[in-house]
Design a binder for this molecule. Structure first.
Ligand code: URA
Length: 210
């Protein structure tokens, strides 16, 4: 597994405003969108392209376009939805699928409660959006789900990650082709499973407490 932690002053600046408890929801949403676009630049570094011939006003030349099958962007509901605009802004021709994960009250394992994805993901590059990599339970389950459908590789974009979550995903994915792109790697999880210093509950801060 590859782990890429953003190391860029503009990202750190935006993250600082995002973390601040005084930042209101509209600004929080705007910042998440901007951060995802910046992280998506790194996350799409290995996106598959193929050569095409074009004519500029001056001459013929070759460029590239995204290969088929198109990349699939998968926000994990609910907080991952706040990351979708920022991602498709950079890659407007990507397809979008949805996964809703929650913890099964009996088994305590993450379970899928909503799913809108192609049945066959063979040869697909998948980009999972999940703002907070805490224990890694739901992200790990989403990654397993995509590989079980045949995904070729999975890149997860998270605004913040905890070392515990990164270690859990690393253990779970083994030698499968997974990349984690994080805005920052924070210190730890607290006893309630929140990332420290973190930013609180990302879903609540995006959408208010419902
Ligand atoms: N989910 C959140 O929204 N925040 C955390 O700190 C951990 C998980």
């Amino acid at each position: 597994m590859r782990v890429h932690v953003a190391n860029h002053p503009l990202i750190t600046h935006k993250l600082t405003v995002l973390r601040d408890e005084r930042t209101p929801s509209p600004m929080f949403r705007q910042l998440v969108e901007e951060l995802v676009t910046l992280l998506a630049y790194e996350a799409t570094r290995n996106v598959h392209v193929e050569p095409i011939a074009i004519r500029t006003p001056v001459t013929e030349t070759t460029g590239v376009r995204l290969s088929e099958p198109r990349p699939l962007v998968v926000p994990i509901l609910r907080a991952g939805l706040g990351m979708l605009e920022g991602m498709v802004k950079l890659m407007p021709t990507a397809e979008v699928g949805f996964l809703g994960m929650l913890r099964d009250e009996v088994t305590l394992q993450p379970a899928t409660y909503a799913e809108r994805l192609p049945d066959d993901l063979s040869d697909r590059q998948c980009f999972v959006l999940d703002p907070m990599l805490a224990t890694g339970g739901s992200l790990g389950a989403a990654i397993d789900f995509l590989f079980a459908r045949g995904a070729q590789d999975v890149t997860a974009i998270c605004i913040l990650g905890a070392p515990e979550g990164v270690a859990a995903i690393e253990k779970q994915v083994g030698d499968r082709d997974v990349t984690l792109v994080l805005g920052a790697l924070d210190e730890r999880l607290n006893e309630k499973g929140y990332i420290v210093p973190g930013l609180g509950d990302a879903g609540d801060r995006l959408y208010g407490t419902v």
